[in-house]
Design a protein around this ligand. Structure first.
Ligand SMILES: Cc1cc2nc3c(=O)[nH]c(=O)nc-3n(C[C@H](O)[C@H](O)[C@H](O)COP(=O)(O)O)c2cc1C
Length: 304
């Protein structure tokens, strides 16, 4: 038995005559066997990567390891210079963290350049236990405008980029069990529905404005200009230079920035000597406020 084209036919070879008999495929199992599985994520502190990778692995495992996962980690700026095109037979699991209740601004140009060409997409957003606001609907809209059919969506929780205690160590065991269940449900949708339906997710359109922290007088503050400092623990290992998702840290002098800082937390959380930190008053106040006020555990939300 050989597959000859996407979703339409399969050959059954008659061994006595060696003639190919083709018959229509309306079976979901054959549907998924004809597809290619892809994962894509932007993940400066690794929580989005963990969730997207686990969904991909679980779906591929369910198909008996038949499916090789093609992965695009677009955390680094060089990767976002490459054009990406998919085709009808692709399934793409794509994840981004939630920044200010939305898809991170710096990713919009790249995300809008990805061509779906009829591929199926699973959209994933990961947030730090405050809220994902309109990020999931925004990601779904972007993907649909680019020619994807979005067949599943999930909002998951990851340790907050600003903090080591808010949503500490999430996604944890309980989250990963939900991630696994989500993958099972996606597999089941792929293999049991003849016409795979797109989804409706929680969120507003028009989208809410980007979430802004407030100062002690309740006035919104703009922390976009805040940059990290470097202390004397620095061993000049250059790790921060290599992991900065906007390529802003100067190679010769790692305490210097040559571009914007998106406050993603990568240089701070991944520094082996804890040499990077923020000391801006408004940033620290916001971080403290989040840590004090958002202790109630949020749970993942799935849309299928
Ligand atoms: C600039 C910025 C804004 C953020 N805004 C939100 C937010 O609006 N709501 C929320 O719950 N978490 C927010 N977070 C936290 C991240 O969404 C969360 O920690 C996520 O797990 C980080 O993903 P990563 O580990 O893949 O980098 C923000 C983080 C950053 C850096």
């Amino acid at each position: 038995m050989r597959r000859n084209s996407y979703l339409t036919e399969l050959y059954v070879v008659d061994s006595s005559t060696n003639n190919k008999i083709s018959k229509n495929i309306d079976n979901g199992w054959m549907f998924i066997m004809n597809n290619k599985l892809n994962t894509m994520y932007f993940s400066p502190t690794g929580t989005t990567k963990k969730i997207v990778s686990a969904i991909g692995k679980k779906i591929s495992a369910k198909i008996d390891g038949e499916m090789i996962i093609n992965n695009i980690d677009f955390t680094l700026p060089e990767v976002r210079k490459e054009a990406v095109f998919f085709a009808r037979e692709d399934i793409v699991i794509i994840g981004v963290p939630v920044y200010a209740g939305r898809v991170p601004n710096i990713l919009l140009k790249y995300l809008n350049s990805i061509k779906g060409n009829g591929a199926l997409a699973i959209s994933v957003v990961v947030y730090g236990n405050r809220d994902y606001d309109d990020a999931l609907i925004e990601l779904k809209d972007i993907l649909e405008l680019n020619g994807f059919t979005v067949i599943a969506g999930g909002a998951f929780i990851g340790e907050h980029s600003f903090s080591r205690i808010l949503a500490k160590n999430r996604p944890d065991k309980k989250d990963m069990a939900i991630v696994s269940d989500f993958a099972d449900q996606i597999y089941s949708k792929l293999t049991t529905q003849n016409k795979i339906q797109s989804i409706v997710v929680r969120g507003n359109n028009p989208y809410r404005k980007h979430y802004m922290p407030k100062n002690e007088d309740g006035i919104p503050v703009d922390i976009r200009k805040v940059t990290p400092k470097t202390n004397s623990n620095c061993i000049d290992c250059k790790l921060c230079v290599n992991i900065c998702p906007v390529g802003s840290i100067d190679y010769e002098d790692v305490s210097k920035l040559n571009g914007i800082c998106i406050k993603c937390g990568a240089c701070i959380k991944k520094c082996p000597t804890q040499a990077k930190y923020f000391d801006d008053k408004d940033y620290l106040r916001h971080k403290y406020e989040l840590e004090v006020n958002l202790t109630r555990r949020r749970e993942p939300e799935l849309f299928l």
